[in-house]
Design a protein around this ligand. Structure first.
Ligand code: ZN
Length: 439
């Protein structure tokens, strides 16, 4: 009698796989078996019975790695891409971005901007993004339609936002979103406080209390510019991390964005509280904010991931691009080519984001039982050969267009550079019409 033959949805064979697990396991000639949205097997190459996998993919001359984790963005801001660059952060926010948001941001436009960024992120090999913006149900709608994962987060500020008049209204809206997306396959939640200079201690306390009740992370822009730190010390006698720590906001569910100006004591405080950091080098360079002490934070034992920030201050939504800039910046800053290796850089762009958001049991590395999320990279290009070190190839040579396919939850979202079942051209035409009216 024949033993029962297990069936699989997808078999990717012969690829060079970088697992990004804690041992940095690699398989030069591999098999990956996908079943019901999960990785059923990953290891040395197998020969299956005919028909045992519904689909067989030849991975020869390809690299397979976990997709990129975008730890922070304002994805609908693709609508403001290129709108008033070349000004300081304070001027940019107060004179241009906040007034434009009050005027133009509504559910339809948030959906439109989110679709544009969503497509861009898919084409850049990203399987998940953490958002901080307004009308987050429109962000979730776009993510669901595209099949990309999202950590949605309605931004809380002391003053009225385009969506909600008060912080309390924003928190009530978050509770509704939590009920709607509880246990959703792709969508989860965080509660982002905009920044210490736009949120009072009382508001931070309320956010922290609700986040604990719902068991979801909090987030905040923190110590982004030197003037933010100086003003905080002048006003409160405390650095921004010390200030927010007074409210109990800084804890092991808190993800701090930017952190360009942390003292050694600030880093130790974040470490002691169990907080994580997301670094945004492209946005920091464009706004001339500063260079984050990424190497120092890693040396302190902090989890540091990477994000793109919004397309209005980057101006792309490519984690790969930010990661490539981050590594080079750290090498220049320390005048040390060993400051961060290519291998560790790739872990910053993948598993570290998952660790920061406590999603590493499911995402961030390729391991049996984890979600079948991965990207397939074409190495059959002049700039990708020869391959002495695949990590170096990805961090120092790879271009976004080398990302051939993206699989999320065991499903092809992009295949050979084509986003499955979505009319990209029609959407981009709609976004272009929006930008023509922008003043
Ligand atoms: Zn931001």
């Amino acid at each position: 009698m024949n033993p029962i033959i297990e069936k699989y949805d997808i078999h990717i064979q012969h690829a060079w796989v970088l697992c990004l697990d804690s041992d940095f396991t690699e398989y030069r000639d591999s098999s990956i078996l996908i079943k019901d949205g999960k990785i059923a097997y990953i290891g040395e190459c197998l020969t299956l019975e005919p028909g045992q996998a519904s689909e067989n993919i030849d991975g020869s001359r390809k690299l397979v790695i976990p997709p990129f984790f975008n730890g922070h963005s304002h994805i609908a801001m693709s609508l403001f891409r290129g709108f008033r660059n070349d000004v300081p952060l304070k001027t940019w926010l107060e004179d241009y971005i906040w007034p434009a948001e009050q005027k133009y941001i509504n559910p339809d436009n948030v959906y439109l901007g989110s679709m544009v960024s969503g497509i861009e992120m898919i084409r850049a090999g990203c399987n998940i993004f953490a958002d901080m913006y307004f009308y987050e149900e429109s962000v979730a709608q776009a993510a669901e339609e595209l099949g990309i994962r999202a950590i949605i987060g309605e931004a809380i500020l002391s003053f009225p936002t385009p969506n909600k008049k008060t912080p309390a209204d924003g928190l009530r809206y978050t509770e509704i979103l939590h009920k709607t997306y509880f246990d959703h396959d792709l969508i989860s939640l965080s509660i982002p406080a905009h920044a210490p200079y736009t949120c009072s201690l009382e508001i931070l306390e309320d956010i922290s209390a609700l986040a604990k009740e719902l068991s979801i992370p909090t987030a905040i822009h923190l110590s982004e510019t030197s003037s933010e730190v100086e003003e905080s010390i002048d006003k409160f006698g405390l650095t921004p991390p010390q200030y927010i720590a007074q409210s109990g906001f800084l804890d092991d569910h808190c993800i701090c964005h930017h952190c360009n100006f942390l003292s050694d004591e600030d880093m130790k405080l974040l470490r002691k509280k169990g907080a994580s950091v997301i670094s945004m080098p492209n946005s920091n360079m464009l706004l001339a904010s500063g260079i984050a002490p990424v190497k120092e934070m890693l040396d302190t034992g902090l989890v540091v991931g990477v994000g793109t920030d919004g397309a209005a201050s980057n101006n792309n939504q490519s984690v790969l691009n930010d990661l490539q800039q981050l590594v080079r910046l750290q090498k220049v800053k320390h005048q040390d080519p060993t400051a961060i290796s290519a291998r560790h850089a790739l872990s910053i762009g993948t598993i570290n984001g998952a660790k920061a958001y406590r999603m590493d049991k499911l995402l961030g590395s390729l391991e049996e039982g984890k979600a079948a999320d991965m990207i397939i990279i074409d190495t059959d290009k002049p700039h990708m050969q020869p391959i002495f070190d695949p990590y170096a190839q990805i961090i120092y040579s790879m271009q976004e267009s080398d990302i051939e396919s993206l699989i999320i939850n065991g499903r092809f979202i992009m295949r050979e550079r084509v986003i499955i079942s979505f009319d990209e051209e029609r959407l981009l035409a709609r976004a272009t019409r929006f930008s023509k009216n922008l003043k």
